[in-house]
Design a protein around this ligand. Structure first.
Ligand SMILES: [Zn+2]
Length: 292
């Protein structure tokens, strides 16, 4: 049917509209608000399924990686269509898995990318300074206070704090303290109360999947990431010199599987014309994350 509006102006209004349409059309898709952004945008979670295996996906932690939002929603829609049509795989996944999806972790940042500093309200001067007075925000990754939301988690945050920008910036600034921002705190709280068995954070770009953190990941992570590679061609990378990310904290605290999936290859933002190429690789990764 096509509830998802495939547009390169995928801002938070579009997201709310599409989520409303999805939940109206598929009554088994439940929508929850897990918190609010700095500018008061709802942080929306979709839940599907009745099983015991708890899997979580999220997208658009980083503003100029917003293409991950419509990608995840399109996968959700195709999954829901499969359930409606009684397809075997989707029916089995529905009864075995409880899926949680937060498609846009950073709505203010995405809106800033799309519409410029006019939407920043009280933070207009801050974002212009943090953007080094560039007129466009195509390189912007942070939230509206210039904090990098994926540099905010309590997993050797101090290391990043010391070596990354010391002030609000379009990328990489870890903030005053871990979880100082409502968006990272909302994902943290959701994760704490949901007991996810496996989490996948979708970013761009590189066509790689990071799957380890300080050797605290469970042993099955290696074979699972191998399965992701088999269906997508994305290259597994065990670890890099990076801390304080969502999946780092998840692996560290829960000793469960956490993956950062870097969608596509090129320069962010990935061109909208490449959406379908990414969908062909992201969808099988998403399905595998529920199947295995
Ligand atoms: Zn990213």
């Amino acid at each position: 049917m096509g509830a998802i509006t495939l547009t390169k102006l995928y801002d938070s209004e579009q997201l709310k509209h599409d989520i409303y349409k999805l939940s109206e059309h598929y009554d088994f898709i439940k929508v929850h608000t897990i918190g609010y952004s700095v500018l008061g945008e709802p942080l929306l979670e979709l839940k599907i399924g009745e099983g015991d295996k708890r899997v979580h996906w999220n997208g658009a932690f980083h503003a100029n990686e917003w293409i991950t939002t419509p990608l995840l929603l399109k996968v959700v829609e195709e999954y829901a269509e499969g359930i409606i049509h009684g397809r075997q795989l989707e029916k089995e996944l529905f009864s075995s898995t409880r899926l949680s999806v937060v498609p846009m972790v950073n709505p203010d940042g995405v809106n800033l990318f799309m519409h410029g500093s006019e939407i920043a309200k009280a933070y207009k001067d801050l974002v212009n300074k943090a953007n080094h007075n560039h007129v466009n925000f195509t390189s912007w990754k942070a939230n509206i206070r210039g904090v990098d939301l994926n540099n905010q988690f309590p997993a050797h945050w101090e290391v990043e704090k010391q070596r990354k920008p010391q002030d609000p910036n379009f990328r990489d600034y870890p903030g005053e303290k871990p979880l100082s921002e409502p968006e990272s705190k909302a994902i943290y709280d959701l994760t704490q109360k949901s007991s996810f068995h496996r989490v996948l954070a979708f970013h761009s770009q590189g066509e790689v999947i990071y799957w380890g953190y300080q050797n605290k990941e469970p042993s099955q992570a290696k074979s699972i990431v191998g399965a992701f590679q088999a269906v997508s061609g994305y290259e597994p990378v065990h670890t890099i010199d990076s801390y304080a990310g969502y999946k780092d904290w998840f692996i560290q605290d829960y000793k469960r599987e956490g993956y950062t999936v870097e969608v596509g290859k090129g320069i962010n933002p990935l061109p909208w014309s490449t959406f379908n190429d990414h969908l062909k690789k992201v969808k099988p990764i998403c399905f595998k994350s529920m199947e295995m």
